[in-house]
Design a protein around this ligand. Sequence first.
Ligand SMILES: Cc1cc2nc3c(=O)[nH]c(=O)nc-3n(C[C@H](O)[C@H](O)[C@H](O)COP(=O)(O)OP(=O)(O)OC[C@H]3O[C@@H](n4cnc5c(N)ncnc54)[C@H](O)[C@@H]3O)c2cc1C
Length: 382
Amino acid sequence: MSDRSPDSVLKRAEAFAMELAPRAGDFDREERLPREVVERMADEGLLGATVPVEWGGLGLTPIEYGELTEIIGKACASTRALLTVHASLVAQTLAGRTSRRIKEKYLPDLARGRRIACFALSEADSGSDAGAEAGGMSTRYTRKGDVFLLNGRKKWISFAGIADVFLVFAVDNGVVSAFLVDRDMPGVETFPMSGMLGNRATHMAEIVLSDVEVPAENLVSGIGAGFAFVANTALFHGRYSIAWAGVALAQAALEEMCTYAVRRRQFGSRIGSFQLVQGMIADAVTSVSAARELCVRAGRLSAERSPDAIAATNIAKYFSSTAACRVTSNAVQVLGGNGCWNGYPAERLFREAKILEIIEGTSQVQETLIADFGLKTFSRKG
Ligand SMILES: Cc1cc2nc3c(=O)[nH]c(=O)nc-3n(C[C@H](O)[C@H](O)[C@H](O)COP(=O)(O)OP(=O)(O)OC[C@H]3O[C@@H](n4cnc5c(N)ncnc54)[C@H](O)[C@@H]3O)c2cc1C
């Protein structure tokens, strides 16, 4: 990759996205992302988009990275998921307040896409409550001399089927810590999962850890920092990416419904001339525009390291993912029977949008966080 300036990166991403978009339906049907797509993401430097230049990344600003997420996410949700998982949840988190040793060992390879990373928090009985004291996390770690011994089973892990490095969360007597586990460590196994509603080409797998000996240097940010610091930081970055993913899907759905509405004729008129159809289009135009503005605001506050960035990101993720669900559902409605058929992208966009309301904190979890923020911020004192 030659020119690493943000303008040039985004232009090349646009060109790549044009090639990607017509293939997204095949990836979805085949439930796999071809290796060559992952390699192209790496060659273009996109897997290091969030990593500072000094560690081999592109060092994009949050807003530039958001634009990149929208470009790729509009073309293919599963390829965008690779950005969210690898670049936001893992690489960007490691590039933050972690030891120099961890950075030196992992960041240059992750930034260049020589190794692929995944994020392993969820389990069959541990989802929204992963970080809670009474949470159901059952993956355990114990200290044994110079190593930590990890045992347990992680579920729903995007890209676990192809990843080289797993950021794994485990618990010991209620204390959650995070570890970097390499695929080739003895005792690591993955079992592919299929049949998902969306994100079908993300090589989702379960990870089974049986007496995996993890060197103490692979503990990320110290004992007890697993949820309070590592997962929370990762989810902050991940939510920002998902917020832009919502803009991407809603924008794609808006273009589908408008293109269809100006061509399709019923009752002797274009369906775009019917006011009830126009209502759906008006809502889509407004929703996309509002969601994008919320994402830009969250990105700006992040760049300024403002304490308001966390609430702004939760708000953007919540609004954007719910808007994407509504807009993609309306795109299916405008396309009628064709909206329900995989000969058009609307049904896939609709399935992909629902995923955004589940991952990186469900919509209900976001509502809880936003309400907490609201109660603290907007209640009159005295
Ligand atoms: C496509 C896909 C990709 C994924 N990729 C990953 C990955 O890469 N890594 C990873 O670790 N995980 C991944 N996950 C898992 C995902 O993070 C969890 O599914 C999510 O956190 C929700 O957990 P759960 O499924 O256990 O649902 P639950 O937590 O059981 O929630 C079920 C319902 O209860 C509601 N609920 C739960 N608690 C509350 C509450 N306190 N207040 C109000 N409502 C509540 C939820 O909002 C939801 O509606 C993925 C999931 C999907 C679908």
